[in-house]
Design a protein around this ligand. Structure first.
Ligand SMILES: *[C@@H]1O[C@H](CO)[C@@H](O)[C@H](O)[C@H]1NC(C)=O
Ligand SMILES: *[C@@H]1O[C@H](CO)[C@@H](O)[C@H](O)[C@H]1NC(C)=O
Length: 990
């Protein structure tokens, strides 16, 4: 071979992708630029979703379509072992909320890839971090090590879930492209014999043995350690694609000025730890969780700000990240007892998609980036060319990142404030390097927390943008190319095409000041540059080179959608339809002259559609009176919901019953479990015997009731230690009389109280103490000493005598009662974490169809409960919401200041709210359709546990709507019946 030929061959080979694969398949490969799926590069823009936190399978598609509509191409999913396995050896993948085949099918239908994260440990602020709760008695061995007992239990789960994931891999035509092993497990010692290294090896083997062939991943817990990368001190345990979790916002709910500091170290971190791999953020701040006694998400405006998405998400792509998953993109609800003690019922997370399934502005802003990365092929494989302040710009306040396409002259400049939390307005000029020489772009501006892309040599079909300081939202190839720009109202955008000078244009908006200026004299190339100040709304401009441009301000850009015409998550520019105006576009298809759009809308508005040759718009199945604009777009009006009246019934006509008969000395507890164990597998030792840890008697979730019997009259009190997780409380009665309680404390997992019996008269035999212990979940592994194996219930109960004789004062025996059937999972549809052991729960009073006809009339608002105790209130209400409407509903509760109570809300058998008036913060509880029947009858139970003699009642209790959308989604297809099994006789669990 001659030298020139040789060089040509070498050059040609550089363009070929030299991807790495894991030796098991070649459909998903990677290199240092990006993931490569079916031979094509793709920037993964993903959102985290937990189906467990939205137990209505029909709604999974609703959420996925909203992700897809907002430009995401992937969802990342945790699978909680706890939800599927109520007891050792038992697994449920068939009841509706656990039928994960439907989950994968919905992802595929929405055109999304899936990153599967089955644990076995997930953390996720879920009960026990996702460990099956039957391991919480200590039988799970040494969690998250290579311990043989632990390996035996998790192997059961990984074999089962792994096989389902395997079946749904992209290699089998499914959506799964990556699978994560474990979760934020820090590699602390680089030693092949370290238990964590051995554990990771065990997991990798188990995943592969279950049939998983897609690349395995893991997520580093922030910038703390350097774990499991094949490129970094690999002594074993390394996975295929390294990832880094990061929650850098540091924002406060009350102080909008705090936090907002975007790290500049991502590129360098990956460059050190995983240089041969793409930069993967398996979890990047989509929001943040809130604890008991914290703030409610709706108050946390900083976390919800669209500026956060603008600065942080763009800033990540500008540091070369090419796989980004927002944790959470939709948080959902910790219904039942699925929360870990660190969070309350809502898991809204201030996520881009609200718990109510409504889109926040942060999601709309994310879309401006996701649609850009979708079509910007030059961004899919770049080098970091330069970065810094005064780097290509004339301002020291402005930092730029400059990424250069490895395969073209294309460059991507991201300008941000050097101090990302700055609210200053900075004007600057940027010198862009283009194929036609350096171009100075004056009159750029950053107004506070803002980031701006400037592109050069950016291909749009056969045309090329020489440069643009107007941000590219996307472009499409129809009969001719259509490019969509966005700029903040009042700021300046400037761009030029590279192939032709003397381009003329026509702007279809008299308010626009767009003007063309001949430029480029400094090289042989001449071009026309176009400059404009963004006006309110949208301007269409047609250029003589055949390109149509939309100039959008930000609020209009938020209403822009680019539904794809392909089911492939990796969408090409020519596989899109453009729609401006509505609240949501779920899908679009073109059939002859008609473009059919399925979407949702709140306010009556005009929509504009660009779809090539189509002449008529159909919206949710209705043909619209459509006009064609002079530039070939279609315009029509769609109806809103302003005139659609929803009447929500008052919550009234309650029936009530006592839900605490167990305090009566004569209560028949003969069928209860005798608590007589003298040893436990738990790594935590009991303070007194017998062992009263609830897990040792196979009661895991919800309140537990204990009855302890003792003899003798010399007893004056009781020293009681109870552990129910943060903010959990308890109450105690002696021979039917209240003797003490703990209200719970948001920063205490465990509470100890010495209770005095006062002047209670004791019997020689058969005194009985009844203790009700509340439960806020099992701990995650970060809570010492034993994480999910930290016991729940009574840790110690020592009778106290008047003299120094306490240690000889023993209980005769103890009984324990928890959720009906314990780990038998008698309500498998709602699953193992829905219920607790309160009397009414055990008897199924929360279930639809339970007969309250012989109960008394009493209202939780006007009457409530007098003194201490637990009282159960049930009513029914009917809804009649039209089937084409999506009306997210909530229940609002409130209580007078000083109320010390624990309140549960049950809707059609689902515990969908826990309200602690004395701790807070949550008072509004969204209930999704399918849990609440939007057409038909509903059963609501309100359970009030009053902890003080002052009693408790609710000052607020009402249904309300969050919003009202006309929707093409088939909400009427939700099968509420299959989700809401009715009451059956449970008297055996009294
Ligand atoms: C690991 O343990 C094995 C068996 O105990 C031993 O033979 C080997 O030398 C150890 N390796 C290292 C690197 O410590
Ligand atoms: C800036 O770019 C240079 C050149 O690629 C690189 O060496 C350096 O690490 C980058 N700095 C940061 C903060 O990423």
């Amino acid at each position: 071979m001659q030298l020139l030929q040789f060089l040509a061959a070498v050059f040609a080979s550089l363009v070929v992708v030299w991807a790495t694969d894991n030796g098991l398949q070649k459909i998903v490969t990677w290199d240092n630029g990006s993931l490569i799926v079916n031979g094509e590069r793709v920037i993964i823009m993903s959102g985290e979703f937990h189906y467990q936190r939205l137990p209505v399978p029909e709604l999974w598609l609703d959420v996925f379509q909203k992700f897809k509509a907002n430009g995401m191409n992937t969802i990342s999913i945790y699978f909680f072992w706890s939800y599927h396995s109520a007891s050792k050896g038992k697994y449920d993948f068939t009841t509706p909320g656990k039928d994960i085949q439907r989950l994968f099918d919905a992802a595929k239908e929405a055109g999304l890839y899936v990153i599967a994260r089955p644990g076995p440990y997930c953390n996720a602020e879920t009960n026990g971090g996702g460990f099956a709760l039957w391991t919480s008695d200590g039988s799970g061995g040494k969690y998250r090590t290579s311990d043989a007992t632990y390996q035996q239990v998790w192997s059961e789960w990984i074999a089962k879930i792994g096989a389902i994931i395997a079946k749904n891999q992209i290699t089998n035509g499914g959506p799964v492209i990556l699978a994560q092993v474990e979760n934020e497990l820090q590699e602390t010692r680089y030693d092949a014999n370290d238990t964590l290294v051995l554990y990771m090896e065990q997991l990798k083997t188990a995943f592969k043995e279950s049939g998983v062939v897609v690349p395995l991943t893991h997520n580093e817990k922030g910038f703390r350690s350097k774990s499991w990368s094949t490129d970094y001190n690999n002594v074993g345990g390394a996975i295929d694609v390294y990832g880094l979790d990061s929650y850098p916002g540091g924002m406060s709910c009350t102080n909008l000025d705090s936090g907002f500091n975007m790290p500049k170290t991502y590129y360098q971190w990956f460059h050190e730890v995983s240089p041969t791999q793409p930069e993967y953020l398996p979890e990047f701040e989509g929001g943040w969780f809130q604890p008991w006694n914290g703030y409610f998400y709706d108050q946390c405006m900083a976390e919800q700000s669209p500026e956060f998405a603008d600065v942080f998400y763009k800033g990540l792509v500008a540091q070369r990240a090419s796989l980004i998953n927002l944790y959470m993109a939709f948080g959902g609800t910790n219904w039942g007892h699925s929360a870990a003690p660190v969070v309350y019922t809502s898991y809204d997370y201030a996520a881009p998609l609200r718990e109510t399934r409504e889109m926040r502005d942060k999601l709309k802003q994310y879309k401006l980036l996701t649609l850009f990365t979708r079509v910007s092929k030059g961004l899919h494989n770049t080098d970091m060319e330069s970065n810094g302040t005064q780097n290509a710009v004339d301002s020291s306040a402005v930092w730029t990142w400059v990424l250069k396409d490895r395969n073209s002259d294309g460059r991507f400049y991201l300008a941000e404030h050097n101090s990302t939390n700055s609210k200053a307005v900075s004007d600057f000029a940027l010198t862009a390097r283009t194929s036609a020489g350096d171009v100075i772009i004056p009159s750029l501006q950053l107004a506070g927390r803002q980031s701006r892309w400037i592109v050069t040599d950016y291909a749009i079909g056969n045309e090329t943008l020489l440069y643009s300081s107007a941000e590219v939202l996307t472009y499409g190839i129809f009969d001719h190319p259509v490019i969509v720009f966005y700029v903040r109202e009042g700021q300046t955008g400037e761009f030029a095409f590279s192939t032709q000078s003397n381009i003329t244009f026509e702007a279809f908006d008299t308010a626009s000041d767009i003007r063309g200026i001949s430029a480029g004299n400094f090289t042989s190339t001449k071009y026309t540059k176009f400059i404009y100040t963004q006006t309110k709304g949208s301007t269409a401009v047609r250029f003589s080179n055949g390109i149509l441009a939309y100039l959008l301000d930000i609020p209009t850009a938020w209403t822009f959608f680019a539904p794809s015409t392909t089911p492939d998550p990796n969408v090409r520019p020519e596989q899109q339809v453009f729609v401006i105006g509505p609240y949501l576009v779920r899908s679009a298809s073109i059939d002859g002259d008609t473009v059919s759009i399925i979407g949702d809308n709140a306010n009556s508005i005009s929509i504009e559609v660009y779809a090539g040759a189509a002449k008529t718009i159909s919206w949710n199945g209705f043909e619209l009176a459509t006009e064609t604009t002079p530039y070939g777009a279609l315009i029509a009006r769609i109806a809103g919901t302003e005139e659609r009246k929803i009447s929500l019934p008052a919550l009234a006509e309650f029936k009530a019953a006592d839900s605490l008969p167990e305090i009566a000395p004569a209560y028949d507890d003969s069928r209860w479990v005798i608590a007589n164990k003298t040893s436990t597998l738990s790594p935590v030792k009991p303070l007194t015997l017998p062992v009263l840890f609830s897990s040792d008697y196979k009661f895991y979730t919800g309140a537990k009731i204990y009855r302890g019997y003792f003899s003798g009259s010399g007893v004056v009190g009781l020293n009681l230690t109870v552990q129910g997780g943060l903010a959990a409380g308890w109450s105690a009665w002696l021979n039917g009389k209240a003797i003490g309680y703990h209200p719970g404390n948001a920063s205490l997992t465990l509470t100890t109280t010495a209770i005095s019996f006062g002047n209670a008269t004791l019997k020689e035999k058969g005194n009985v103490i009844t203790v009700v212990t509340d439960y806020n979940g099992h701990d995650q592994t970060s809570t010492g000493p034993a994480g999910a194996e930290n016991p729940r219930g009574i840790l110690g109960a020592q009778l106290l005598g008047s003299a120094n004789n306490s240690s000889s004062l023993l209980f005769d025996h103890w009984k324990i009662q928890g959720n009906a059937g314990g780990e038998k999972n008698i309500d498998s549809v709602r699953g193992p974490m829905n219920e607790g052991g309160l009397y009414g729960e055990r008897l199924g009073w929360h279930l639809p169809g339970f007969d309250t006809s012989d109960w008394e009339m009493a209202n939780p608002g006007t009457e409530g409960i007098t003194g201490t105790g637990i009282r159960w209130f049930t009513t029914t209400f009917d809804l009649d919401v039209d089937e084409d409407l999506d009306v997210p509903l909530g229940i609002e509760v409130g209580a007078a200041g000083g109320t010390v109570a624990r309140v549960l809300l049950y809707v059609n058998g689902y515990q969908y709210g826990k309200y602690l008036p004395h701790i807070g913060p949550q008072t509004r509880f969204p209930i999704p359709p399918g849990i609440v029947n939007m057409k038909g009858k509903n059963t609501l139970s309100v359970v009030i546990w009053s902890q003080t003699e002052a009693g408790a009642k609710l000052s607020t209790l009402r249904l309300f709507e969050y919003g009202k959308y006309q929707s093409g989604f088939r909400f009427s297809k939700i099968d509420g019946k299959s989700l809401q099994p009715g009451w059956e006789d449970r008297s055996g669990y009294a």
